[in-house]
Design a protein. Structure first.
Ligand SMILES: [Zn+2]
Length: 466
């Protein structure tokens, strides 16, 4: 078996600690969540992200705080090919930053680097440095499967015909042959595509040396629970030991802002999806730690109580991707620092405003910027630190908070990327104030409500905890 990535690091760890085989080694292995030499993602995990590879420590600090409060939340540094391309960075930079943060904070729990939203065309440059792969097959959804493939799928899955009862929920489903065939027609090509990508990674890294996730979130229509169940059956047929799956949920999951949709409806839907996963794990022998992954999961404050209640009710896990929110905390930190930091934050806004059409285009399905609500750059130039941070900081319900301003800046990281050292030098100069914002945002507003079941800490307009 090839020992790459975490596997290699793990064995050197064991030597450093002076642990041989025996109970201590076993405990260590189970703490690292390694099963029969297979990497295994723990119950609770959080996708954290770092556009400019400067906040790894501040983000990890939020997981340290969770652990100090008795809850293990595993950090997964994720960065998509799209982000790397826009910024001009390489996947190895994410690995290096994560490794350095882990060493600096003496983090002894597992951690991973996620090749986020990769396809057959883009996976190659992630093969060396990543040990988590989010295989994106959204583009293949709806490409019609062949009649032969549909027929053999339906023949293989008589359990999905007629009455399907999931455990732990009152609802049941009545599935007709027609429904099953149509759903197979819509998703089989995408699942086969996922199989191709999975096998390419497996050939390069060896089975069990990476965590596979399958994402279907970047598409126009949410998947129903029954569709999710049928997709999972197809994934099992395809032989993919999937550990996390990211469906598209109903409602809008816009980047960096709160959930837009029916909050009361979200909880029962989530419960059905979780019970579909339990069913699929048992019926199709998928990995027992398989769980939902919530993409664009940062800042969805209104549904965090529902997520927490559901994982508790079903004793289920969840992976929450929050990558983009951290870059906005960098801007908040710079603005809070005043002086050159505030000036640079304003300059970034004014360039983002000028280039808004180009910046928003790649994210059209995941942002809702209302042009009329964007303050003119001239006005922003006159803002104090307090005005800038309270417009940007995500505290809904305050008069100053402006979700259009926030979303434009969310996709505006390209502007900072173009500034290069002019931006990075200021990050380094203002590390303390930025780190404080990054950690507080992740811990108080995300990890706390989702994993620990604590109400988010609301900050008043002076920036202090209320
Ligand atoms: Zn996604």
């Amino acid at each position: 078996m090839a020992t790459t990535g975490l596997t290699a690091k793990k064995s050197s760890f064991l030597q450093i600690q002076g642990w041989g085989f025996g109970p201590a080694a076993t405990n260590y292995a189970s703490r690292l969540n390694v099963d029969n030499n297979h990497l295994k993602l723990a119950k609770y995990s959080i996708g954290i992200g770092d556009r400019f590879a400067h906040q790894a420590k501040a983000q990890l600090q939020a997981c340290v705080q969770a652990l100090q409060n008795g809850v293990q939340v595993i950090p997964v540094w994720n960065k998509s090919n799209r982000e790397h391309t826009i910024i001009g960075s390489e996947p190895l930079s994410v690995r290096r930053a994560a490794d350095a943060a882990v060493r600096a904070l003496h983090w002894e729990e597992p951690y991973f680097c996620d090749a986020d939203h990769i396809t057959l065309q883009t996976v190659d440059r992630f093969l060396e440095s990543c040990d988590f792969y989010t295989i994106d097959v959204a583009d293949s959804i709806g490409k019609p499967a062949t009649a032969a493939d549909m027929e053999s799928f339906v023949r293989r899955h008589p359990e999905l015909l007629g009455r399907v009862q999931l455990e732990g929920v009152d609802e049941h489903f009545e599935v007709t042959r027609e429904h099953l065939t149509r759903t197979a027609e819509k998703f089989l090509v995408a699942v086969k595509k996922a199989g191709e990508v999975y096998r390419k990674i497996e050939n390069a890294k060896g089975a069990g040396n990476f965590i596979p996730e399958i994402s279907m979130d970047e598409t126009d229509r949410p998947q129903s629970t029954m569709e999710l169940l049928i997709i999972l059956a197809a994934i099992a047929d395809e032989g993919i030991p999937v550990q996390t799956i990211a469906p598209k949920f109903s409602g809008r999951f816009n980047k960096g802002v709160d959930y837009v949709g029916d909050v009361a409806q979200f909880e029962p839907e989530l419960a059905l999806d979780v019970s579909a996963i339990t069913y699929a794990v048992r019926q199709y022998d998928l990995p027992e730690n398989l769980k939902l992954s919530v993409h664009s999961g940062s800042d969805k404050f209104s549904i965090y109580p529902a997520i927490h209640a559901t994982i508790k009710r079903f004793n289920a896990g969840v992976h929450l991707k929050t990558a983009g929110t951290t870059w906005l905390e960098e801007l908040i930190g710079l603005a809070e620092a005043g002086g050159d930091g505030l000036a640079r934050a304003k300059e970034i806004y004014s360039e983002a405003f000028a280039g808004r059409d180009e910046l928003c285009r790649p994210y059209a399905t995941v942002i809702d910027v209302e042009p009329a609500k964007l303050p003119p750059p001239d006005e922003v130039r006159g803002w104090s630190s307090e005005q800038y941070t309270s417009a940007l900081r995500h505290v809904s319900g305050t008069a100053a908070y402006n979700s259009s301003f926030r979303q434009l800046l969310h996709v505006g990281f390209k502007v900072a990327a173009r500034m290069g050292r002019r931006y990075l030098d200021l990050l380094e100069l203002n590390e303390a104030v930025i780190a404080k914002n990054v950690t507080e945002n992740l811990y108080d507003r995300h990890i706390g409500p989702v994993f620990l079941g604590r109400a988010g800490t609301v900050r008043n307009s002076t920036g202090r905890n209320a």
